[in-house]
Design a protein around this ligand. Structure first.
Ligand SMILES: Nc1ncnc2c1ncn2[C@@H]1O[C@H](COP(=O)(O)OP(=O)(O)OP(=O)(O)O)[C@@H](O)[C@H]1O
Ligand SMILES: [Mg+2]
Length: 471
């Protein structure tokens, strides 16, 4: 997203679209577009090309642009004008309005009417310069101002947002990365076990980024059949395949101006990995059956709960794509490694659900609290939420007891259920099975290669193959 300064502009504007001329009330004017609310019940179509009539310095001025629908009654138009036209039509108006406001539009520091640059963040403020308009249109936010902005405007801290909870050291580090990454426009890779909050993290980055007014779309690469995934991502032209009776935009196109969250990226089929890499290189893509490349201004955030480095080593995930994605990456800790956060969250969700369900529950018994602390939470935060929600529904008591918590007792540590959480033998065996299975897959069951790969003798390989029922 671009560094477009905004100025207040609460005027009525006229828009020429398919329906004819319609009226709207402007909410926000930036150098590159305008945000408004329709007022007479009429509206334009999403992605429609339109003309806009605005009064700038008491002169009626016409801009061409494209509609991006936000809500029923709200939309933005991104101007489709040359840099020179924008600086001629809007440059003087922006420079004057911003100077009159006395505040830098980027960092909100005080500026004097003579300032050509902001004394605090050093951004140039003379918008009549075509070279500045050109630069602002091409440079991404993270390239030039990340790190230079004063702390207080670098984005709100995550902890302040409701429902994203964490106070342990590992989560504070995660929140710090979210804030840092939100101020750039590069792809992000989020890693973590199931239910650790990967999607929540992606949304938090989007909401704190300059794209926050654009769409946030998600697609689960593992849940959509391979044959449909390409159409879902890139869209298709009419007649591209049997049944394609009209053209359809893919998620990449629909996320224009916003963020696309690619969940379970490890499941993205190889040919689509190539296409995604190309998109990340120059932000162009082709619809299926299309013969003209298109551009989309989309930030990609990808996530996986798989060991992606392992997928790369096994040749199932492209190394070049992995290196492109992993530049900014966040590893979410499993819930069992979040110290007191488990208790904090348990109490938070109890409050939330008892209020939602109008239940008069006072808290957890000591036993229940012990269980909550000692359980390994293999399904992480999602599991914690579900267990507490169910307990609130099912209990008849004023305190939730350990019996009300519907959890898998084999994941509870010794002091609660008598079983060991860190049973070494059990864990070693699982690890052994995983490694043997992997070696078997990679070598296609070749015993000599497995023996050198695993560093054990051939007879041992035979024994292991038999032990784990691989043939
Ligand atoms: N730190 C947190 N504070 C509060 N709620 C959280 C937190 N982390 C996750 N959640 C909640 O837990 C649920 C699961 O989170 P999310 O869907 O983001 O996990 P995920 O890592 O994407 O899981 P999966 O790998 O299964 O797709 C969601 O309801 C989310 O809002
Ligand atoms: Mg998810």
């Amino acid at each position: 997203m671009r560094l477009a300064p905004r100025v207040p502009y609460k005027e009525t504007i006229h828009i020429k679209c398919k329906v004819g001329w319609i009226k709207a009330r402007c909410e926000d004017l930036s150098l590159f577009g305008i945000k408004f609310r329709y007022i007479n019940g009429e509206s334009c179509e999403h992605h429609e090309w339109v003309k806009l009539k605005l009064r700038i310095n008491n002169r009626s001025t016409v801009f061409r642009g494209r509609i991006y629908r936000k809500e029923d009654k709200r939309a933005v138009v991104l101007f489709n004008e040359e840099d020179r036209t924008l600086s001629d039509l809007l440059g003087g108006f922006f420079t004057e309005t911003i100077k009159r406001s006395g505040k830098c539009p980027y960092c909100k520091a005080r500026i004097s009417p003579e300032s050509l640059d902001c004394p605090n963040c050093h951004m140039p403020l003379d918008f009549t310069r075509v070279d500045l308009i050109q630069a602002l249109r091409r440079i991404k936010v993270g390239d030039i101002i990340a790190g230079k902005l004063p702390e207080e405007v670098r984005g709100k801290v995550c902890e302040e947002k409701t429902d994203f909870i964490g106070s342990c050291k590992k989560m504070r580090e995660v929140f710090d990365l979210i804030r840092r990454f939100a101020s750039t426009d590069y792809p992000v890779l989020i890693l973590g076990e199931t239910g650790t909050g990967k999607e929540l993290t992606a949304k938090a980055i989007h909401e704190r980024s300059i794209r926050k007014d654009g769409p946030f779309l998600a697609i689960n690469c593992g849940a959509i059949p391979k044959e449909l995934l390409e159409a879902e991502l890139f869209g298709y032209e009419k007649g591209a395949f049997t049944g394609a009776d009209r053209k359809r935009a893919g998620k990449i196109e629909l996320a224009d101006g916003g963020t696309l969250f690619l969940d379970e990226i490890g499941d993205l089929p190889f040919p689509l990995q190539v296409k995604l890499l190309r998109f990340l290189e120059d932000y162009t893509f082709d619809r299926i059956g299309g013969n003209r490349s298109q551009k989309a201004d989309v930030r990609i955030i990808a996530a996986t709960n798989k060991d992606i480095e392992e997928l790369v080593r096994e040749g199932r995930f492209r190394e070049d794509l992995y290196y492109r994605l992993k530049v900014l990456s966040i590893k979410l800790p499993p819930l069992r490694e979040r110290e007191d956060d488990i208790v904090l969250m348990a109490k938070y969700f109890l409050e939330k659900f008892k209020r939602e369900q109008g239940r008069d529950i006072e808290g957890f018994t000591d036993d229940a609290m012990e269980l909550i602390k000692n359980y390994a939470w293999p399904g992480n935060v999602r599991e914690l939420i579900n267990v507490i929600k169910k307990a609130v529904v099912m209990t008849d008591k004023r305190f939730i007891d350990s019996g009300d918590l519907d959890i898998n007792s084999s994941f509870v540590s010794k002091n609660v259920s008598g079983k060991r959480l860190f049973d070494l033998k059990e864990h070693m065996e699982r690890l052994e099975r995983e490694l043997v299975e992997k070696a078997f897959r990679i070598t296609g069951g070749n015993v000599s290669r497995m023996s050198s790969m695993l560093g054990v003798s051939r007879p041992t390989v035979y024994k292991l193959i038999e032990k784990y029922g691989l043939i």
